[in-house]
Design a protein around this ligand. Structure first.
Ligand SMILES: [Zn+2]
Length: 143
């Protein structure tokens, strides 16, 4: 926990599951309902700062979150990203992408190319309670 780290001080959304070594946040981003982040609990900079067992634990969580997002959100594509250029704290973004999302096919951090129809965003946002339940169910057996 470091006070100068955005991931430590602000969660950026709703914490939906906390395990021994990592936790999962449903990111508060109105343009990207279903955007999740899997965050290592300790403050480490790179995946290779973790032991092999720790890396496997983190990635097992990423795969389960990806599967839950696919099942519930039915995206065109999943984007997985680990950047951490601004926060030296290992985390993975799991992002459901749609052909009508604001940046598609560029990364979500690129300049917007369009606005997603508000009624489509409402439909996707309505899936979040189901997604929350699906993530918790898939992660329940992981430690
Ligand atoms: Zn941190």
């Amino acid at each position: 926990m470091r006070i100068d780290c955005e991931l430590c001080s602000l969660q950026g959304g709703e914490v939906v599951h906390v395990a021994t070594h990592w936790h999962v946040v449903l990111v508060d981003d109105a343009g990207y309902p279903g955007f999740c982040r899997v965050i290592w609990n300790g403050h480490v900079q790179e995946m290779t700062d973790l032991s092999l067992a720790e890396r496997n634990s983190l990635m097992a969580a990423v795969w389960q979150v990806e599967a839950a997002v696919r099942d519930v959100m039915q995206p065109h594509k999943i984007n997985l990203a680990s950047l951490g250029n601004m926060v030296p704290h290992v985390h993975w973004h799991v992002i459901p992408r749609f052909e009508d999302d604001a940046q598609f096919p560029a990364p979500v951090w690129a300049q917007a190319q369009r606005a997603t129809a508000p009624e489509i965003l409402v439909q996707r946002t309505d899936l979040l309670p189901t997604l929350r339940t699906a993530i918790r169910a898939r992660l329940a057996s992981l430690i």
